[in-house]
Design a protein around this ligand. Structure first.
Ligand code: ARG
Length: 298
């Protein structure tokens, strides 16, 4: 028996990029005309052209990285539609539809479900209030599900029934981090032995999270399940550093999250800095503008 450490040092870890297919929505009608989260101040002017420009950079970045991006038509009067992460939760070609908490966003639900149906997805109409991938994150075979502000605990049961997967409920406690995707970033959703590794190296599903956004019980669950997770600082959390998109290698993050950037580099990820400050006026960032369209996962 060798006592030799078989796990390679983190810095030399080779990260493997996975292909992604995303759904986005051009912020043509973006503005802040109501407030349903602490970031939104209707009295403060917004610049739609600037939002469009920043959004375009994100779109172009995904394409440059080789990902596919589908678009849903923006609807006048639905300024939050740019945050497509809330438009559903999609695994294996099945789209579990959203049921928004606030009246202002309710009409987005049918619009997203129509898009899914028209694009070959099996749509499951939700009975329970849930805000899609804003509160549901797939990590390995497990669905991490957030509650406290938007999606209800009943939706956690429902999403588990729809997808037949384990659901771990986590409770958010800080109103600035009202969706799970503002407090957890899924860095690598793949679980189990990595393919093509002669040494049998294991690529573990991994996340980054902001501990202070959760209640004690949820923090304990996260510590136990993800001992290797990156825990980000409150400063990086406060600039929406975790609201990021990873393809297993490239992690698109806010340029303000400098500590998180360094943590990612230490682990062998490639941070890509992208400023969506105009869209943050609506309380959303990179991940909020991105919905993953997952096909069949084996
Ligand atoms: N203004 C939107 C809302 O409050 C922002 C949604 C952000 N989306 C997200 N996935 N965190 O609902």
């Amino acid at each position: 028996m060798s006592t030799h450490e078989s796990v390679a040092p983190a810095a030399s870890t080779q990260r493997t990029q996975q292909h992604r297919r995303y759904l986005m929505c051009r912020p043509e009608h973006f503005t802040v005309s109501y407030s349903i989260n602490p970031w939104m101040e209707p009295a403060r002017p917004t610049d739609t052209a600037r939002a469009l420009q920043q959004w375009q950079t994100l779109y172009d970045t995904y394409l440059a990285l080789g990902h596919d991006v589908e678009l849903i038509d923006p609807i006048d009067g639905l300024p939050d539609m740019v945050y497509t992460a809330n438009g559903g939760f999609v695994i294996d070609g099945v789209a579990y539809g959203p049921k928004f908490r606030f009246a202002e966003r309710v009409p987005e639900g049918p619009a997203f479900m129509e898009w899914f149906a028209a694009n070959g997805f099996d749509v499951v109409e939700p009975a329970e209030v849930n805000e899609g991938e804003g509160d549901f994150l797939l990590v390995g075979q497990t669905i991490l599900a957030g509650t406290g502000f938007r999606s209800t605990g009943d939706s956690h049961r429902e999403v588990g029934e729809v997808f037949g997967r384990e659901v771990v409920s986590l409770t958010l406690t800080d109103p600035r981090f009202y969706h799970l995707d503002t407090a957890i970033a899924v860095l690598d959703p793949v679980e189990g032995p990595s393919t093509g590794s002669a040494t049998g190296g294991v690529e573990r599903a991994n996340i980054a999270y902001l501990p202070s956004a959760f209640d004690e019980a949820s923090q304990a669950i996260l510590r136990e399940r993800y001992p290797d997770a990156i825990q980000v600082s409150d400063a990086d959390g406060a600039v929406f550093g975790l609201n990021s998109a990873s393809d297993g290698r490239n992690v698109i993050i806010s340029p303000r999250a400098v500590g998180f950037e360094a943590q990612l580099r230490e682990r062998g990820y490639t941070p890509v800095m992208l400023d969506l400050s105009e869209l943050l006026l609506g309380g959303g960032g990179i991940k909020c503008c991105t919905l993953e369209l997952r096909g069949v996962i084996r």
